[in-house]
Unconditional design. Structure first.
Length: 420
C-alpha cells in the first residue's frame, strides 16, 4: 500500500500531519483480546465526559435530557441498521417513521411540507440556498447577522461549486445587499443567542423578489413564532436537541421544511400516505428529486438519502415530550439562562455583550482573558462556554454561554462563584 501511494515508510504517510495534531498511539506488541480491552479501558478512563463535568457549552450542540423511550425505539433491530431500503414500499415501518417525522417538523415550523431529513443543519441551509437560486434564477444569497460559522462555511463551499455568491451583512444592513439576491438567510436565535425580527427580514426579502430562509432552533419554536407564521419560504435547522446525544459532534440530523410552492425543488425525498387497492393505509416515497431517480442535469440536489435513524430518534422525542413537554423544556432553559445572565452581569468585570432579547444562550464580555476565565472554570469542573474569539475578531473578549434544563440551580450558583 505504501508503494502505491508513493510513501517509503509509515512515517512518510503521516508526514503532512502537524506534530501537535499527531496523536497516534504507541501500541505495545501483540496482545490478547482481554489485554487489549483492559489497555484501551485505561486509556478511555483518562477522558473527561459530561457526566463528570457541568457543561455550559452550546454553539449548535446542546446537552439535553433524553427520555429512555428514545433509545429503546431507535435500538430496535427493525430500525437499527445501516441498510437503505431501495425497494422502499417493502419497508412500510421505515416509511411511516419518515412520514411521522415530516409531519412533526411541518407542524413545529408552521410550514406546508418537510422532507425526510438532511445530513445536518449546515447541509440543510446550503441546500435551501440552492433551492432559492434554482427557483429565482439569481446568483447571490445574502446572509443576515451572525449565522453559525460552520453552516456559513458549508454554504460558501456550495456557492463556490454551484457558482453563486454568498454575501454576509449585519442584520440591520440587509437592504444594502438584497437587490437581485435569490434569498435572505438568517438564524433564529443567531449564533450568539440573539433573537431577530423574522417578520421584518422576511418582508424585506419578499419585497425584493427573494426567498426568506430561516435556520430555526427547533426547541425555540415552542416559545417564539415559527417561520411559517411570518411567511418564511424555507425553514431549516438541527435536530440534535430533539433526543440526540452530543456524540462528539455527530451523526446529527438536519430538517428542511418549505412552502408547497417549492415542493418540486426540495432535495432528497419525501414519504407520502396513500391507500392500496384494498383500501388499506400505506406509505410510499412520493417525491425523489435526486440524481438517482431523475436525469442528473434535472436534479435539484445530489443528496440521495436521509438520516433515517437519527430522524426516528427525533420523532420519538417529540412524540414522548409532546407540545407541553417541549414548551416546558424551553421555558426552564430560558428562565435559568436569564437568571445566570443576571448574576454574571452583576459581578465586577463581566457584562452581557448584547442588550437584545435571547432565550437560553448569551454572550458574556470579560475584562480578564477568556482563556483565563474558561481555564479557572474548568479547574472547578465547569465547561464554561465557547470562546467567541475563535470565530469573530471583534469578540475576542467574549464567551458564549448556553443553559439547558440539565443545568441545575446549584450549578448556576457554582458557575458564578467560580468566575475569577
Amino acid at each position: 500500500m505504501l508503494e502505491v501511494v508513493g510513501a517509503k515508510s509509515q512515517e512518510d504517510l503521516f508526514s503532512s500531519v502537524p506534530a501537535e495534531l499527531d496523536h497516534r498511539l504507541e501500541l505495545p506488541g501483540g496482545m490478547s483480546e482481554l489485554e487489549l480491552t483492559q489497555y484501551f479501558g485505561k486509556l478511555a478512563a483518562e477522558n473527561q465526559d459530561l457526566t463528570r463535568l457541568d457543561s455550559f457549552l452550546g454553539a449548535g450542540a446542546y446537552r439535553r435530557f433524553i427520555p429512555s423511550a428514545v433509545s429503546q425505539v431507535i435500538s430496535r433491530p427493525e430500525f437499527y441498521t445501516a441498510y437503505t431500503p431501495y425497494q422502499a414500499e417493502a419497508s412500510q415501518g421505515w416509511l411511516q417513521t419518515i412520514f411521522e417525522f415530516q409531519s412533526l417538523i411541518a407542524e413545529l415550523t408552521g410550514m406546508d411540507i418537510a422532507n425526510a431529513s438532511m445530513y445536518e443543519a449546515a447541509t440543510a441551509m446550503a441546500e435551501a440556498a440552492v433551492m432559492a437560486v434554482v427557483e429565482t434564477g439569481r446568483q447571490k444569497v445574502v446572509v443576515a447577522g451572525r449565522v453559525h460559522p460552520e453552516y456559513l462555511a458549508v454554504l460558501q463551499t456550495y456557492g463556490a461549486g454551484r457558482g453563486f455568491a454568498v454575501v454576509s451583512v449585519a442584520a440591520t444592513n440587509v437592504g444594502e445587499e438584497i437587490a437581485d439576491s435569490a434569498a435572505v438567510i438568517f438564524q433564529q436565535p443567531d449564533f450568539t443567542g440573539q433573537l431577530h425580527d423574522g417578520s421584518t427580514l422576511t418582508g424585506m426579502a419578499h419585497e425584493n423578489g427573494a426567498l426568506a430562509i430561516v435556520s430555526a432552533d427547533p426547541v425555540s419554536l415552542a416559545l417564539v413564532a415559527p417561520p411559517g407564521e411570518y411567511g418564511a419560504d424555507i425553514a431549516v435547522g438541527e435536530c440534535q436537541q430533539l433526543g440526540i446525544p452530543l456524540w462528539y459532534g455527530g451523526p446529527y440530523c438536519g430538517y428542511l421544511a418549505a412552502t408547497e410552492a417549492l415542493l418540486r425543488k426540495i432535495p432528497g425525498r419525501l414519504a407520502g400516505e396513500t391507500v392500496d387497492d384494498q383500501g388499506r393505509r400505506g406509505f410510499v416515497l412520493t417525491l425523489q428529486a435526486r440524481e438517482q431517480h431523475i436525469r442528473r442535469e434535472s436534479a435539484t440536489s445530489n443528496i440521495c438519502t436521509n438520516q433515517a435513524l437519527i430522524a426516528l430518534g427525533a420523532t420519538a422525542y417529540l412524540s414522548v415530550m409532546g407540545e407541553k413537554g417541549l414548551r416546558r423544556v424551553a421555558e426552564v432553559s430560558t428562565a435559568r439562562a436569564h437568571h445566570l445572565a443576571g448574576m454574571i452581569a452583576a459581578k465586577p468585570g463581566y457584562t452581557l455583550a448584547f442588550d437584545g432579547p435571547f432565550l437560553w444562550e448569551f454572550a458574556v464580555r470579560c475584562e480578564k482573558s477568556t482563556h483565563e476565565v474558561l481555564g479557572v472554570l474548568r479547574d472547578h469542573g465547569i465547561l464554561g462556554g465557547v470562546d467567541l474569539g475563535r470565530f469573530y475578531p471583534d469578540m475576542t473578549d467574549c464567551i458564549l454561554v448556553a443553559v439547558t434544563e440539565m443545568n441545575s440551580p446549584e450549578s448556576l450558583d457554582a458557575f458564578v462563584e467560580a468566575l475569577p
